[in-house]
Ligand binder design. Structure first.
Ligand SMILES: C[S@@+](CC[C@H](N)C(=O)[O-])C[C@H]1O[C@@H](n2cnc3c(N)ncnc32)[C@H](O)[C@@H]1O
Length: 236
């Protein structure tokens, strides 16, 4: 799962004992060699799915990190692309990888944008937002989109109850809850707090019209359901 180019166990431990923002500053130089960076396979599949929904003008990557989603925006947006993140270290890496993108340091819970973007995307970051903060996050993205603008993000199907992945994610979240009960600052990162039904309800309560599109290149499960869906939330 981890490569020699990635962080050592000690480095990951120090990161996990920090705040989210400082933790990512520490991890930034090696982030792209970790499994936490969104995979090129998923990015390519999302790009081809978004291409069927466009065209799009200006684009925003929320919690852009080192810029994984900026490449997607570059492919599907005709206008300017912008990444926003609160980690200076991650933004520095994003700037190196995407020199023509606008990169803004800000908390996603207080976005500093007028309602101008045509498309907003986000990858791999929702676990950092507790359910109450997800409402604020969605409201902030909603306010950054022009009327009719689109907020799109991939949402993998949950692992079957009792599967190895199910127990791995359950164990990770349990360990994180223990860590956050005994250690400050908190490091909010949970895998099981972003379920489709709840997410849909929160998006609709924010004023989005929500539809789901199967990300076909990622295939289907034995029961015929997609491995991963693109949640497409349109600002009314
Ligand atoms: C797992 S990384 C994902 C990065 C990138 N989107 C990707 O898919 O590779 C999560 C990112 O979210 C950012 N982040 C977490 N909480 C944030 C917040 N409240 N405001 C802005 N950025 C945040 C972190 O700094 C980090 O860069």
């Amino acid at each position: 799962m981890f490569t020699p180019q990635g962080p050592s166990l000690r480095e990951l431990t120090v990161q996990a004992l920090s705040s989210v923002e400082h933790g990512y500053d520490l991890l930034a130089s090696k982030f792209d060699a970790t499994p936490f960076r969104t995979s090129d396979r998923l990015l390519t599949a999302v790009t081809s799915t978004l291409e069927t929904l466009g065209p799009f003008d200006s684009g925003l990557d929320v919690c852009c990190g080192t810029g994984a989603g900026l490449g997607v925006l570059r492919s599907v947006c005709a206008g300017r692309i912008t990444g926003v993140d609160f980690s200076t270290g991650m933004l520095t890496r994003a700037r190196n990888a995407h020199p023509t993108a606008d990169l803004v340091r800000a908390d996603a819970l207080a976005l500093p944008f007028a309602p101008a973007f045509d498309l907003a995307v986000s990858f791999g970051a929702f676990g950092h937002f507790l359910p109450a903060d997800q409402r604020t996050l969605f409201a902030q993205v909603h306010a950054a989109l022009r009327p009719g603008g689109t907020f799109a993000f991939p949402l993998p199907a949950p692992p079957p109850v009792g599967s190895r992945l199910y127990w791995t994610l359950w164990g990770f979240d349990a360990a994180m809850r223990v860590r956050n009960a005994v250690w400050r600052p908190p490091f909010v990162m949970y895998y099981r707090t972003f379920r489709l039904a709840d997410v849909r309800t929160r998006l609709e309560a924010t004023g989005f019209e929500v539809s789901l599109t199967a990300i076909e290149p990622l295939g289907r499960r034995e029961d015929g359901s997609p491995h991963c869906r693109l949640v497409v939330a349109r600002r009314k």
